[in-house]
Ligand binder design. Sequence first.
Ligand code: ADP
Ligand code: MG
Length: 274
Amino acid sequence: MSKAEITAICNQKGGTAKTTTAVNLGVGLADEGKKVLIVDMDPQASATICLGFPRPDFLEKTVADMMDKVILDEPIASKEGILHHDEGVDLMPSNISLSGMEVSLVNAMSRESVLRQYLDTVKRDYDHILIDCSPSLGMLTVNALAAADNVIVPVQAQYLSAKGLEQLLGTVNKVKKQINPKLKIEGILLTMVDSRTNNSREIANLIRETYGGKLKVYETDIPRSIRAAEMSVEGQSIYKHDPNGKVAEAYRNLTKEVIASAEKRRKHQLSQLR
Ligand code: ADP
Ligand code: MG
């Protein structure tokens, strides 16, 4: 029986390719034989739309309903509300009703761990759970961080904001200290990299220097391509939309990096058990 590694894909800035990364890393992992659940934690529901459900407001059950059940202490049926995409990933969708959750959570008991309690009911069915976060550091994102083992931070290299990154690291550290001691930043992913300007290595080095080598920057960066921008409205991954393109290749490489470091962690944990 597998127990999923839970990864939050998180950056409070909009448009850094969180959703694009959640979808394509998710499908990439499924292509490698992993069981994957993508959890849409953005009321804008981009991941839900991206994965072929263009009218999320008509969905009968979403992550907000699952969180409501946790809050009301109602039972959740096996696979309840989970959708399937034909490229091999499962989806816990969202829609605009999730925006009301910020308010419902205020009066909920253990309000930071509502999502974690939901994921506890499904994580035995998966190898990887990817949480596509909303562009904020509010309660929805705190719930994602409280549930996660690690965080991937997609950063648009051209607009790297040191202050934004500081804020995010501050929130991650606070959650780590107060709620979820095992939480770790898995890595920074440079996205929408323009090959013509070719400064992504400089930015990667800058991040490494600034954080004293403590933050990993993935070897793979994701190039900018119009084909990736088209993908989001097609209801399919980049591997289907532009299989031989450079973005598909990059997400395949990222998938391999993510699997390799998950393997490394697993081996380390096993060696500590001995
Ligand atoms: P976020 O979830 O962080 O807001 P998205 O994944 O929705 O970011 O991406 C923001 C926009 O950039 C979308 O329109 C998306 O299609 C586009 N995009 C994402 N990755 C790329 C890429 N590699 N090249 C070009 N456009 C991209
Ligand atoms: Mg998004």
